[in-house]
Ligand binder design. Structure first.
Ligand code: NAD
Ligand code: MG
Length: 379
């Protein structure tokens, strides 16, 4: 197997990736995190041959790292991009947010396999990601559990035979609550996810259904399906990771434990599989439920569909507005229901442009962040 570069190594996806690499004996040649803190320092000690990148460190911390790790350390967003183009590597992108975009493009342009957890790359710049992959010869494999599931259900099938893709959503911690019940929920409430243990932003995004909205857009680009052919169903047990329905009335579902190490590992070993869980999946006594999402209580889902259908830079702006709104919610500056409201206002007041190049996407992203900050400041 290819040597591994792990971007976002200190995060939830990054650590689980290092776990898988360790278990499978895959060489780790690069690790990156945002800051030059102890979390990254410990990983650098544990992987003495790996290059180490801090994408956005404090100056003093970066100096300390330079002394401690010498030439194998580099800092800044360009160093992250350079690590993404490490020759012959499989690059796992577990960075959170649009900050992961340029590294995804670099990995694909360099002809690397990109195991993509950073869904924001596809949401913000889907056409550019597909173009980089086609031109650079890089291979794009989904890590997001729903998309790994769909990818596997679609293997050997003709896209014309697909009736629809069905993404499952756990529903998050507020499943079953009405809009009125959601007015006063706190960051701590939102951070208590029932089935998945993830970073703070995606956890809040799971509570608002923004995450599912991002995933609808991600699926659109990954599988080339129109939005009419992508549905969402709430499935609280998180055992069915997603489904594909075919024109003949057959459905294929991908089923298994909710454990991100499974889709991470598959993205590394594809087209083969490697030994994973030691125990057979226990299905006796299991009850599976499916329900329609509550689109009134969780309006972000339809906002994402609208942004996806509008296309161009609208999805990038949807994502950027949410990044700022979630930060403000976690800081106690806005309420839970303000998150979709901020996104909606940002999309209302900004102009959408076609996606032409990465600078245009970054400009749209920055414009949306600025608008979101203004809207939050005036609340
Ligand atoms: P996390 O917050 O746990 O980790 C984020 C990582 O990104 C950290 O290593 C952090 O240092 C790094 N990072 C943050 N800002 C950065 C910047 N500006 N430049 C470079 N690196 C930066 O997040 P996570 O839960 O691991 O999620 C990572 C990505 O994977 C997200 O896109 C998320 O949507 C996706 N994802 C996560 C899960 C999950 O189970 N955690 C599942 C599916 C998809
Ligand atoms: Mg997911």
């Amino acid at each position: 197997m290819n040597p591994l570069v792990v971007l976002g190594a200190t995060g939830s996806i990054g650590r689980q990736t290092l776990d898988v690499a360790n278990r499978l004996g895959i060489e780790v040649v690069g690790i990156a995190g945002r800051s030059a803190g102890e979390a990254l320092g410990e990983l650098a000690d544990a992987h003495p041959n790996a290059r180490v990148v801090a994408a956005d460190p404090e100056a003093q911390a970066a100096d300390n790292f330079r002394k401690r790790f010498g030439d194998r350390f580099a800092s800044g967003p360009e160093a992250l991009v350079e690590l993404g183009s490490f020759e012959g590597a499989t690059v796992v992108n577990g960075v959170v947010g649009a900050a992961g975009l340029r590294a995804s493009l670099a990995a694909l342009s360099a002809g690397n396999r990109l195991a993509l957890a950073n869904k924001e790359s596809l949401v913000a710049a889907g056409p550019l990601i597909l173009q980089a992959s086609a031109e650079g010869g890089g291979e794009l494999l989904p890590v997001d559990s729903e998309h790994s599931a769909l990818f596997q259900c679609l293997l050997g099938e003709d896209p014309d035979d697909v009736l629809r893709l069905v993404l499952t959503a756990s529903g998050g911690p507020f499943r079953g609550r009405s809009r009125k019940d959601l007015a006063n929920v706190t960051a701590a409430d939102a951070l208590a996810h029932p089935t998945w243990n993830m970073g703070p932003r995606i956890t809040v995004d799971s509570a608002t259904l923004v995450n599912k909205g991002l995933e609808v857009i991600e699926a659109h680009f990954l599988f080339g399906m129109t939005y009419d052919k992508i549905d969402v169903v709430v499935h609280p047990q998180s055992v069915v990771h997603s489904l594909v329905e075919f024109v003949d009335g057959s459905l294929k579902a991908h089923v298994g434990e909710p454990d991100m190490r499974v889709p991470i590992q598959y993205a590394l070993t594809y087209p083969r599989r490697a030994v994973g869980s030691p125990d057979p999946f226990a299905m006796a006594g299991l009850t599976l439920e499916f329900a329609e999402p509550d689109r009134a209580a969780f309006p972000a889902l339809d906002l994402a569909y609208a942004a996806g259908r509008e296309g161009g830079t609208a999805p990038a702006m949807f994502n950027a507005a949410d990044e700022i709104a979630v930060e403000a919610f976690l800081g106690g500056r806005i309420g839970f229901l303000d998150i979709p409201a901020v996104i909606e206002s940002v999309l209302d007041r900004t102009e959408v442009a076609p996606v032409v190049d990465v600078d245009g996407v970054v400009a749209a992203d920055e414009e949306a962040r600025k608008a979101a900050r203004e809207i939050i400041g005036s609340r």
